[in-house]
Design a protein around this ligand. Structure first.
Ligand SMILES: Cc1cc2nc3c(=O)[nH]c(=O)nc-3n(C[C@H](O)[C@H](O)[C@H](O)COP(=O)(O)OP(=O)(O)OC[C@H]3O[C@@H](n4cnc5c(N)ncnc54)[C@H](O)[C@@H]3O)c2cc1C
Ligand code: SF4
Length: 509
């Protein structure tokens, strides 16, 4: 393998893939290092019992190098993906640009505005061939949700999907990776083009050290395809794109343990946001929705005003929805009594349950709130939380500290109120996720921040173009640089920012 590159990109999600294409098309030598596997159509795992394929738990459990990285920290849970294409492999395909109002509530660097980013959003739209859901799809769940949204005064948002609708089987399996070549994930779009322009993509490459040298950086990684063998490459420029968790962890370790990046700002790890994520479900509604039809998202509703939020009504694979519907909507004092203990041990309880088949088929007993799968839909709400989470490094790895429930009480109360109103007009019941009812801790699929963009190193980790203050030619292009909660799905903004940063990265080589 070649040992020296113009640019090494760490991580292949939205930010990494955009950076790879833009650098490769200028003729630079580019290496993308991705810890996860390369999945071809048909290879995405479907049996949750096989933990080695389902969960990413490397290096703690070295054989578990699967698709889903689900972690339970002290104060919240976070779900991300591991694989060539990153979060785009399991995301729900919807791309939404925040409106001016939401965008302006975040403290961006002075040069950044929605208008300044507009050309970059357009590039993303074009590269991903984004399209709205075809009119003829005629989904029952969309109709029911839109009717309910209108009744409670919500606006109907029409998201753009990164789906090749002609090839799409409308099977709702998008959250587990598309086995039918219809999802326009980053590996099928930006990364594919980057490869055609000469970029090299290495899967199973888990990076742990970034070390400056006089003409660039050494990047140390473990080759997971060769029993974790240590490998070192050199780059003139490094782009960190390991996602909000991965990038924060790498920088914290390299600043505080390996001492290779000592000048990284003291603000590192601060300002973490869950994008106001609050997950729940509506069950037992009076109309059949069959939310397993379509491409995951049936409807997106917007609630404006104080404590504004967006909610995506989502289905999934039919068999998965049958499992969810049978779990019901557990609330109550017993759950709360055991909640804190269960939360602390969820990282081992959940995999144990999965291995025993608890997520493979519906529970054989009737639980409170359980009902038919066709009358059930999941609600993923996102709003503007106060982005006050702190990522720290402990002996066991990173942790997140944040009294999310107390500090974002008004936002959560508003979300619960409006989602309950939706359920009521649908003659069903709303309940937050059991983990919330149990321990008042959220689970987010949209981790952001910790390495905020800023006009100076006293208030952030990177410059307005993503260059790490104190370490020239080390850039970040992923969700970690977003300095607050967007309140809408973040992938399109992460990609647009990566497009924006790429121009400066190219100039720096
Ligand atoms: C189930 C689900 C549904 C979602 N749906 C939507 C949606 O519809 N619309 C939307 O806008 N957003 C959605 N999101 C959120 C979206 O996926 C994320 O915001 C996005 O993926 C973040 O992009 P990123 O570039 O910051 O990082 P990621 O996409 O997370 O990519 C980071 C990559 O870095 C790799 N990596 C990490 N550490 C290392 C290391 N040490 N060495 C090498 N590689 C490493 C990871 O394996 C990963 O591939 C969803 C998320 C989930 C989990
Ligand atoms: S619904 Fe999703 S998983 Fe199924 S074919 Fe379409 S894009 Fe792929």
């Amino acid at each position: 393998m070649q040992k020296q590159y113009d640019a090494v990109i760490i991580g292949s999600g939205f930010g990494g893939s955009v950076s790879a294409l833009r650098l490769a098309e200028t003729g630079k030598s580019v290496l993308v290092l991705e810890r996860g596997k390369n999945y071809l159509s048909g290879e995405f795992p479907r049996d949750p019992k096989i933990l080695a394929n389902t969960l990413w738990r490397y290096p703690d459990i070295s054989c578990d190098q699967g698709l889903f990285d689900l972690r339970f920290f002290s104060d919240m849970g976070v779900l991300t993906a591991s694989g060539v294409g990153g979060g785009s492999l399991i995301y729900s395909n919807i791309n939404i640009k925040p409106d001016k109002d939401l965008f302006s509530r975040i403290k961006w660097p002075s040069s950044l505005s929605l208008a300044a980013l507009e050309p970059f959003y357009q590039r993303v739209e074009s590269e991903l061939s984004l399209q709205v859901m075809p009119e003829g799809l005629d989904l029952k769940a969309s109709k029911v949700m839109h009717r309910a949204g209108n009744e409670v005064g919500a606006s109907i948002i029409t998201p753009e999907f990164s789906v090749d609708w002609d090839n799409c089987k409308k099977c709702g399996e998008c959250g587990q990776g598309c086995n039918y070549d219809a999802k326009q994930s980053m590996d099928k779009t930006y990364l594919k083009k980057a490869q055609e322009k000469g970029a090299i993509i290495r899967s199973g490459a888990w990076v742990y050290v970034i070390e400056p040298t006089f003409s660039g950086y050494y990047i140390h990684f473990r080759d997971l395809t060769k029993n974790g063998q240590k490998v070192q490459v050199k780059a003139r420029v490094v782009v960190l794109a390991a996602g909000a968790l991965g990038t924060n962890e790498l920088l914290l370790r390299n600043r505080d343990i390996y001492d290779t990046l000592p000048a990284v700002s003291a603000t590192l790890g601060k300002g973490f946001s869950a994008n106001g994520d609050f997950i729940g479900s509506i069950q037992n509604c009076s109309s059949s929705m069959e939310a397993w039809r379509g491409a995951n998202v049936a409807a997106v509703l917007g609630f404006s005003g104080k404590n504004a939020f967006t909610v995506a009504a989502q289905g999934g694979k039919q068999s998965s929805m049958e499992v969810v519907a049978a779990m019901g909507q557990m609330t109550g004092k017993i759950l709360q009594f055991f909640g804190p203990v269960v939360w602390r041990n969820l990282s081992s309880i959940l995999p144990w349950m999965m291995a025993k088949g608890a997520l493979s088929q519906p529970v054989p007993i009737t639980l409170p709130g359980a009902g038919p799968a066709d009358r059930c839909i999941s609600l993923f709400a996102s709003g503007q939380d106060n982005a006050n989470g702190i990522i720290t490094l402990k002996s066991s790895g990173i942790d997140i500290a944040w009294d999310f429930a107390r500090e974002n009480l008004k936002l959560i109360e508003n979300m619960v109120l409006k989602m309950t109103e939706l359920a009521t007009v649908m003659q069903g019941t709303f309940s937050p996720l059991a983990s919330w009812n149990m321990a008042k801790r959220p689970i987010t699929v949209n981790p952001l921040g910790g390495c905020a963009m800023s006009d100076n190193p006293d208030s952030g980790v990177v410059s307005p173009y993503g260059e790490v203050y104190g370490h020239a030619k080390l850039f970040i292009s992923d969700g970690s640089i977003i300095p607050g909660a967007l309140g809408v799905h973040p992938a399109m903004t992460i990609s647009a920012l990566a497009e924006h940063n790429a121009e400066e990265i190219i100039n720096s080589i």
